[in-house]
Design a protein around this ligand. Sequence first.
Ligand code: PMP
Length: 358
Amino acid sequence: MTEPTPVRIRPEIAALPVYRQGRQAGAEAFKLSSNENPFDPLPSVVSALHDSMAVNRYPDAAATRLRERLAARHGVTADEVHIGAGSVSILAQLMLAVAAPGDEIVYAWRSFEAYPGLVIVAGATPVQVPLTADGRHDLPAMAAAVTDRTRAVVVCSPNNPTGPVVTQDEFDAFLDAVPADLLVILDEAYAEFVTAPGAVDGLRELGVVRPNVVALRTFSKAYGLAGLRVGYAVGHSRILDAARAAAIPLSVTAQAEVAALTSLDAEPELRERVRTIAARRDRIANGLREVGWNVPDAQGNFVWLPTGADTMAAADAFDAAGLIVRAFPGDGLRISIGEEESVDTVLRIAASVVRDLP
Ligand code: PMP
């Protein structure tokens, strides 16, 4: 049915675009549009999933084993860890927990596409602070954007889609500049790929030192479990209790928990993969700079190509060569670091695009 519904939808939701993924790739294409991990799942993960097929039972709502495991790993208590169906669901819970209509949530823009929608669903007002010209967070401007209606600030490091990190010094100065009762969410979905010295590490900021900071991490990227939906937060237990209260019960599956635990067992092997991806990223970023692209510091598993007004034409050129990349019309292309076999084509098409653009 395409007729209007008589049901009254909240007007801000009716106006909200549905979250869209990049195009799904056909068999002949490389999918470089969703910042996924190109390596096949580990055999140990596949086998653990195979052994955890009691799907007639509900999962442990508190994901106790995984919380305890992560708590031990990060030197915190299990109450200071919260598991979600992807870190994006924890982000939503935190926003719902702190914001009411009329409240503001500040974040940098351009950043992760999901932020504006999550803020609006929480009933709050998005306040977007432009990135600097080199794709970095402008933390002094973000601190200046905080008003007495601001309930949370989201800081994304490395920033999706541009790539640079926030430094520890910048972050500390930011925390000193904002009210101590302001929730600061540090979205570190790509933290494991960072090689730049001096980058912020949210897991060092923990609850006790900075009780208003919550760090978000995910198993989707470095751990290669995007399809299973599992991420976590580390922070003050009272803030995380509020997120737990705002959560949809039982949304983390038993299979997601088992796969995350098994991945933690295989950490050295996964870290090796991450090193491979980071090295490939540096090779691509440098190759792009050599042919004239002004690529911001790339610290995640992706690079940013500032294609501006020519973005859609550039995306078509990649598409025609079998590379599905993420286009942000009028702004740029984000290219995920994928299979080794995709690297030469990425560089070749990027070189031809820079030549062909006016
Ligand atoms: N934060 C950022 C910055 C991201 O780019 C993404 C995924 N694209 C997420 C959070 C969400 O990750 P998850 O799969 O854990 O929900």
